[in-house]
Design a protein around this ligand. Structure first.
Ligand code: GUN
Length: 297
């Protein structure tokens, strides 16, 4: 089904560039009204992966003309101190969006922190109000990775309406919200969604039914060619660093999908890197611009 030249590549890098151009136009219009979108990016500790993500988020803000306010706190930061910072950011008119990079250190209650963010500044869409509104089909902030996956499908011509979408993974950040988003009534939704996870029995019998497969289970190259049908469209959310002695660094990034094997059967597939990753950051920028519109007057 992939055809002689292989499947179509769903490039998050390319689609992101397209969306970022659209955002630049919106940001220029806001600037004419003397408004510059502002995003507070909070990092606690020095988890290497989180540091890479946060650097990339701040750089993208700078590229697009969004003000980013960096708050780097030591790993010893108390829950109280972090809550106080959030209160300050909630009240700061220059800050339209607040992002607290997760995971947080173990001594901090993550949900308590996310719940403290003003839901109208919650550009990550992690606050229970936004999660609930997503389920209800109401206007809200949709978390960035699910929103990015949906955009990738829509902008590449793979409307999920009426399709069987199989989601691998049930995390609060990806699996659950993407299922809610794609089963929603209306544009970008209307899919029949099945969510599979580590306790699912006969997993392959379900993944083989997928018209669209979204892999977000965090296991390197878990999805093999024998687990999918011919003509499947695959979105790979996984970001896993594995050993590779042929590389100078000694490692390389792979997704949750065996890209080479699955490419032989897929109609279209997103790569890692260059797939969902850049789209997640682009959706964060889009939500920050949206936060300006949603800001309490
Ligand atoms: N950690 C992994 N993904 C994300 C994300 O989308 N937002 C935040 N805040 N933290 C993350």
């Amino acid at each position: 089904m992939a055809g002689k030249r292989g499947p179509k590549l769903i490039s998050g890098t390319q689609l992101s560039a397209e969306i970022r151009e659209e955002l630049k136009v919106e940001i220029a219009t806001l600037k004419k009204k003397k408004i510059t979108p502002g995003l507070a990016v909070v990092l606690v500790g020095s988890d290497p992966a989180s540091e890479v993500y946060v650097r990339s988020k701040r750089k993208t803000c700078a590229d697009l003309g969004i003000n980013s306010y960096a708050h780097d706190l030591p790993v010893t930061c108390t829950e109280r101190k972090l809550l106080d910072l959030i209160t300050k950011l909630n009240d700061d008119k220059k800050v339209h969006g607040i992002l607290v990079q997760v995971p947080l250190p173990k001594h901090i209650n993550e949900q308590k922190i996310l719940n403290a963010i003003d839901p109208y500044k919650d550009v990550d869409g992690f606050h229970p109000m936004n999660v609930g509104r997503l389920l209800n089909g109401e206007e809200c902030f949709v978390s960035c990775t699910p929103a990015g996956c949906q955009e990738m499908l829509m902008r590449s011509g793979y409307n999920p309406a009426g399709k069987h979408v199989v989601v691998l993974g049930r995390s609060n950040i990806v699996g659950k919200p993407i299922a809610a988003l794609l089963m929603q009534k209306g544009m970008g939704g209307d899919a029949t969604v099945t969510v599979c996870h580590s306790r699912t029995k006969n997993l392959s019998s379900i993944t083989k039914q997928a018209d669209i497969l979204i892999a977000a289970i965090g296991i390197p190259e878990f999805v093999k060619a024998r687990m999918v049908k011919d003509g499947v469209v695959v979105i790979d959310v996984g970001v896993n660093r594995i050993e590779d002695k042929t590389r100078k660094s000694g490692t390389r990034l792979v997704g949750d999908v065996d890209f080479k094997g699955v490419s032989k059967k897929a109609r279209a597939i997103s790569p890692v890197p260059g797939g969902v990753g850049p789209m997640t950051i682009t959706m964060l920028m889009k939500n920050t611009v949206k936060a300006v519109r949603r800001a309490k007057k």
